[in-house]
Design a protein around this ligand. Structure first.
Ligand code: PLP
Length: 378
């Protein structure tokens, strides 16, 4: 139908300088973890106000390692949101702990901190809040709650690089903060992640967990005193990450502008007219990793999202869905979760869609996306 090229909902952009830097790494004779990883970690640490930072080969293992450093395992409960990438809950199970869900707030679509408090038991050891589409939770309330109940926090800030809370960067304060550099995130290393830690001792433990538990000393000293895995980032990935990270401020600013323009194009009567729900119009804290709508239910009772996605695709616009509720996936149902437990998450998980949002998107792209949404919801 459309004469213009297909507009994807996300796409990475790698500049020529980064491609050249990757070529240099490949020619250097050292392609696994080395000087580029160290440089990337140093730049990230500076960005997060000097806190220690270690990189890994995914955001998923980054969170799992944070849980291990916190000593979380069998017999412990960890509270998280049902509306996230399934990785967020899977890592809890990986450590041997039990995932406990708390429903979300219908406006922010992030975990509802009142529901978190209600879900705390004597076994609760940690909370994993997720900043969906880069919008943080109320960070003051989160850390007051954690302090009151003596809980660790592993922030799943996978989508929140560049986000802030009242002028402070996400990751520059708090407990553990985990970021992802997967290809669709605001900046990428192709695959990868980083963890912001509290002190040198935690950083040493992170290094052990990412490489078989190994500690080296002298010329040939090697010991293993914890069970680690193979989670190190390569210099090839770090070179991509460094090239991307150089543009973080411009990327965040551009995404905020695009988000603002989305609101302008939708207009103030969009929600009332079409029954769809826009995101929270926060242009100070959110990095606008995604621009998400919650669709109206269909009058005929049929599922709204697949039809919407298909009709948008016919109009040349790619649509994502982030995310289906985790507790209704088969493996979680097998653990006893079922419909009706987290009604807000269930509705959002069924009806949320992600509109196009990426670093080199233009205002014309926003106009195309919005006019297609309006015509489909007509
Ligand atoms: C991307 C993402 C992850 C996982 O990160 P990977 O780098 O793909 O392992 C976890 N949680 C959220 C919210 C994400 O968006």
């Amino acid at each position: 139908m459309s004469q213009q090229p297909f507009l994807p909902f996300a796409k990475p952009t790698i500049d020529e300088a980064t491609i050249a830097a990757v070529g240099d790494v490949l020619r250097s004779g050292w392609i696994t973890s080395g000087p580029k990883v160290q440089a990337f970690e140093a730049q990230l640490s500076e960005y997060f106000g000097g806190r220690p930072v270690r990189t890994f080969n995914s955001g998923t293992c980054t969170m799992e390692i944070a849980l291990r450093i916190a000593g979380i395992g069998a017999g412990d409960e960890v509270i998280t949101t049902p509306i996230s990438w399934v990785a967020t809950a899977n890592v809890i199970i990986e450590t041997g702990a039990t995932p406990v869900f708390a429903d979300i707030d219908p406006v922010t679509r992030n975990i509802d901190l009142a529901q978190v408090e209600a879900a705390i038991t004597p076994r609760t050891k940690a909370i994993i809040p997720v900043y969906l589409s880069g919008l943080p939770v109320d960070m003051d309330r989160l850390y007051a709650l954690a302090k009151k109940h003596n809980l660790r926090v592993v922030e799943d800030a996978a989508q929140a690089l560049g986000s802030s809370w009242n002028g402070q960067r996400i990751g520059a304060f708090g407990d553990f903060a985990s970021f992802s550099f997967q290809a669709n995130k605001n900046i990428t290393s192709s695959e990868g992640g980083c963890l912001v830690l509290n002190n040198a001792e935690e950083a040493r433990l992170a290094e052990k967990y990412r490489l078989q538990g190994v500690t080296r000393s002298g010329f040939d000293g090697l010991d293993v005193d914890v069970l680690g895995g193979k989670f190190n980032m390569t210099d090839v990935a770090a070179a991509i990450g460094l090239g991307q990270f150089a543009h973080i401020e411009a990327i965040t600013a551009h995404r905020r502008e695009l988000a603002q323009y989305y609101f302008t194009c939708f207009g103030s009567d969009f929600e009332a007219k079409h029954g769809a729900q826009l995101p929270v119009p926060d242009f100070a804290n959110s990095n606008w990793h995604m621009f998400q709508l919650v669709l109206p239910e269909r009058q005929d009772g049929k599922p709204a999202r697949p039809a919407f996605m298909e009709q948008m695709q016919e109009r040349g616009i790619g649509i994502g869905y982030h995310y289906p509720a985790i507790h209704l996936l088969s493996m979680y149902r097998a653990r006893g979760f079922k419909e009706g437990m987290f009604p807000v998450a269930e509705k959002v998980g069924r009806l949320i869609v992600s509109l196009p949002m990426f670093n080199v998107m233009t205002k014309n792209d926003v106009e195309r996306a919005v006019s297609a949404v309006k015509s489909v919801l007509q």
